[in-house]
Design a protein around this ligand. Sequence first.
Ligand SMILES: [Fe+2]
Ligand SMILES: [Fe+2]
Length: 163
Amino acid sequence: MTITLPANAPKSTPEAFEYVGSMGPQVTIDDLKILALVEALGLELYAKMAEGTDNQAVQDLLMENGHEELLHAERVSQAIEILTGEPFPIPPIDQNPIYTPLPVSEVTRDSLGKLAEAEFAGQDLYAGIAASFDNADAKALFLQNGKEEAEHGNRLAKAAKLL
Ligand SMILES: [Fe+2]
Ligand SMILES: [Fe+2]
């Protein structure tokens, strides 16, 4: 399966998060494709992060977020199909064109706090995306993701307190 992305598409995990962070206010279908691929990195990135702590409860919270990120990728993919009529299947991680592995680093209260901020910002991001499109079904999928990003922030804030 070949995924066609625009020339300015990110080529690495850090670039991909930067791209998503600067998206908007009018979000395009190409933006949505990159967003879907970024969400699809989430499980792998959270799993890698969980390796950076011995605290089982923190690991569990990280993995709950990770599994939901994959669900987010599926919802964005569904929205792309609704909006374009063309399927955009989520590739396995080793075929994700924007994925580059990140090093394992120690999980700290501070690192979880920063990540919680990024997750909370995800709710606003999805609200902006929902406002960019008229289709009610697509909007509902974006808003559901946004609601869960806020829950991710809450889970990370809870995890931070455990360290
Ligand atoms: Fe997400
Ligand atoms: Fe998230």
